[in-house]
Design a protein around this ligand. Structure first.
Ligand SMILES: O=C(O)CCC(=O)C(=O)O
Ligand SMILES: [Fe+2]
Length: 242
């Protein structure tokens, strides 16, 4: 595994401006969150990894399929699974995308050589959490969980509000690591109710989106025209260490 470049806060961030935007809207986008070399290393790493697992729900249950397991599905089995996923998405809560999870436990993160663990440790560090507290005014943020995500054509996440009892999520984050994208390719992060869309964010590169929990949002399906996958590191800023 490649040596990980040093993670440091961008000294040029306009914290007061981000605080105002977040206070007014419950959302803020921070561009150039990472240094150029760290963002490039993470983006290249995500593109090159093969330990992605497809995760999808069947009602309340989460299913995980390794690439090997997916490779072993017959085309009839794949078609049945697709039918179940799109059928459930018609009116209900449904998702399908690929993920690489980062452990929550500090000891497990420290023992890992995975660059995603270095990122999660840094996002959970006192320096970074202090900045998150200042921007969001949630004065108890002290921990960031994390997973890498990749949306391929056909992947999506329907509307939900991120509130889960006992998880102590204050704010959701999406760290975009998608270098090139057309909004026409889908994969838009939407904030909406059933009548109106208040904001639509196309996938971004080296931009950190924060949005207050709870608020309804979804990720629109990535279209067949997409030339790349939609890469991000996402998670929640929490008020308690797990
Ligand atoms: O990837 C995104 O833009 C949002 C992901 C999300 O909403 C979630 O994982 O709960
Ligand atoms: Fe979400």
């Amino acid at each position: 595994m490649q040596r990980f470049p040093t993670l440091a806060l961008n000294p040029k961030l306009d914290v007061a401006m981000f605080r105002d935007i977040y206070a007014r809207t419950g959302r803020v986008t921070i561009r150039d969150w990472l240094s150029t070399d760290v963002a490039a290393m993470l983006a290249a790493m995500l593109r090159g990894r093969s330990d992605w697992r497809q995760i999808l729900n069947s009602g309340d249950k989460t299913m995980e399929l390794t690439r090997d397991a997916r490779g072993q599905l017959s085309s009839a089995q794949q078609a049945t699974l697709d039918e179940a996923v799109y059928g459930a998405a018609r009116y209900g809560f449904q998702y399908r995308y690929e993920s690489i999870r980062v452990p929550d436990a500090a000891a497990e993160r420290a023992a890992s050589v995975d660059a995603l663990c270095r990122f999660a440790e840094w996002m959970s560090s006192e320096t970074v959490c202090a900045l998150f507290r200042e921007i969001t005014q949630h004065d108890d943020i002290c921990f960031a969980d994390a997973q890498a995500t990749a949306y391929s054509p056909g992947d999506f996440l329907t509307g939900h509000d991120d509130a889960v009892e006992g998880k102590n999520r204050r704010t959701a984050y999406v760290m975009g690591l998608t270098a090139q994208w057309r909004p026409e390719w889908g994969g838009l992060l939407l904030f909406h109710d059933s009548e109106e869309i208040t904001e639509a964010r196309p996938p971004q590169y080296n931009a950190l989106n924060l949005f207050r929990v709870p608020q309804v949002h979804s990720v629109t399906e990535v279209t067949k025209a997409a030339a790349y996958r939609r890469y991000a590191i996402t998670g929640w800023l929490r008020s308690q260490r797990p």
